[in-house]
Design a binder for this molecule. Sequence first.
Ligand SMILES: C[S@@+](CC[C@H](N)C(=O)[O-])C[C@H]1O[C@@H](n2cnc3c(N)ncnc32)[C@H](O)[C@@H]1O
Length: 276
Amino acid sequence: MNSLIQRQIAFNRSSNNAWDAFSEHRNQVTSLLKYGSDSSRLCILGAGNCNDLDLTTLIHSHPEIHLVDLDGDALAQGVAKQNLADQGHIYLHSGIDLTGMIDPISHWSPNTPLSKTDIAACIDAPTHCLGQLPGPFDVVASTCLLSQLIKSIVDTIGEDHPQFVEVIQAIRLGHLRLLLKLLNSGGWGVLVTDVVSSDSYPPLASVPTQNLSQVLVQLIRQGNFFHGVNPAAIVNLFGQDPVLSQQVASLEPVGPWHWNFGPRHYAVIAVKFQKR
Ligand SMILES: C[S@@+](CC[C@H](N)C(=O)[O-])C[C@H]1O[C@@H](n2cnc3c(N)ncnc32)[C@H](O)[C@@H]1O
């Protein structure tokens, strides 16, 4: 099996029992997604173990929920754990690669020369999943997936590759454009992303939530955050990219909040936006 897929499956296995630890993070994510209507359709990208989703609450707001991930076992077990396996309104879309590039990327190394075509493919290939998903949807969320997509670039070509920055910017842009492509006109997108963890900032867990925003600003100034997920850069991109800026009617940054992952803590933010 593709080594990047194996890594994601191992990562999901390491946290499949983390329901209790995830509670604060789950409440935050669920409360961002629980507004729907009688006929609302919700799509979650990177749903994995679903420990960050209170599906029982969400099913009351969205009669149809579509969960998408590379890891089908994580989805099936996550839904079963919430006693919703036989709930006819939750649809699992397993084995879907949301970069559309996981096979070529898994063969990249620090010495791989990357062409303009490779970079352009990182922007365009995420749309390959459109034919496999019954969109468009009323609400589309990406739940701590972007940092994992970017990590696959860190783990393959590495930070010293001459096109590292260009590639992670392309992956990020492709992901944001995919969220918009999956949305109905007037629908809401929610990008949730982890920004930094206690691995690089050990006191993170003890920072009170009301101080987290201030601490995050300092950490970002010091360069202590995951590649490609600087919240200000993400917000700016919505204004600067011609495709995104034309399609986004409004945008609201949310958070930060804590995500207790068990072995480590993360600071997480969200950007909520409405498609014209
Ligand atoms: C950090 S986890 C998200 C947490 C998850 N929602 C939970 O509660 O366990 C990121 C998820 O993205 C999935 N993922 C990573 N790369 C992917 C890709 N290229 N396509 C689709 N899913 C991917 C992983 O399998 C994993 O389930």
